[in-house]
Each structure stands twice: as C-alpha cells, then as structure tokens.
Design a protein around this ligand. Sequence first.
Ligand code: FES
Length: 156
Amino acid sequence: MATDDTSDLDKMIEETQASIIKDARDTFSEEVVNRWLNPKNFGKMEDSDGVGRVTGPCGDTMEIFLKVRNDRITSAMYMTQGCGTTIAAGSMVTDLATGKDIKDALKISQEVILDALGGLPDDSKHCALLASNTLKDAIKDYLAYKRDPWKRVYRK
Ligand code: FES
C-alpha cells in the first residue's frame, strides 16, 4: 500500500514538473528555458578577483564572481536565489563576459542580455538589468582591488 502511495506521489510530482516546464516553454524562449533548467556557470568562485552583489527592486539578489588576467575576464560565475529568468540571465551574462576585456564587458547592458536570451516578457525584463548591474558591480570591485587590494577587503 505504501508503495502505491509513493508511486502516486512520484507521478503527481512528475506531472506537476512537466506542466511547469510546458508553461515555461509556452512563455519563454528555448534559450531561457534551457539556461533555467541547466544553469551554466552557477556557483561560488573561490579566490575571485572581483565580486559583485546587487539586490533588485523585486528583492532578488545576484552575486557575480570574476577571475581576471591582464584586464580580461577569464572566468565568471554567479549565484542567485531568484526566479527562473534571473537564473537564465545570470547564466547568460557570465557567458557573455567570459573572454572579454573589462571595457567591453562593461558594455553588456540589459538590452544585450535580452537579445542573447531571445527576449523576456515585460514583467521579467528587470532580471536582465539585475544581471547587467551585478556584472558592473563585480568589475568595479575588481578595479578597486587592482588600485588598492585593501579596498576590496573593506568593501566585501
Ligand atoms: Fe526579481 Fe527576476 S524576478 S530579478
């Protein structure tokens, strides 16, 4: 009997997940859904050269960690407790930033992220802005660290 209950519950969970994913596919681009379900670059980076941390007006927070060599971003990772579109935007902005000179990385705007994601509905566009602002904050932290390594210790 307990096995039947468990398999009923498993089936219900599976059906609910499938329905959430179907709704997401109806609403968002394939790029957004793929990055939400398999978030590339998600996680904390130890020994980063710059960290950005921004909380958006919706209350979601994103952190971005950068590894930089000769002013070129060699690796970028992020963390967020935000929704699926925030997860997708963080994944995209870290991919776009990797390999770029910091001057070019500063040009990764909300619009650039939205384009790369294949767009977002109006009420989710701020997730791309949060990602862009967090990247800029991480670059600012890297530049402060470069000028004076102590500054970063005090700031974070
Ligand atoms: Fe708040 Fe996406 S819902 S940043």
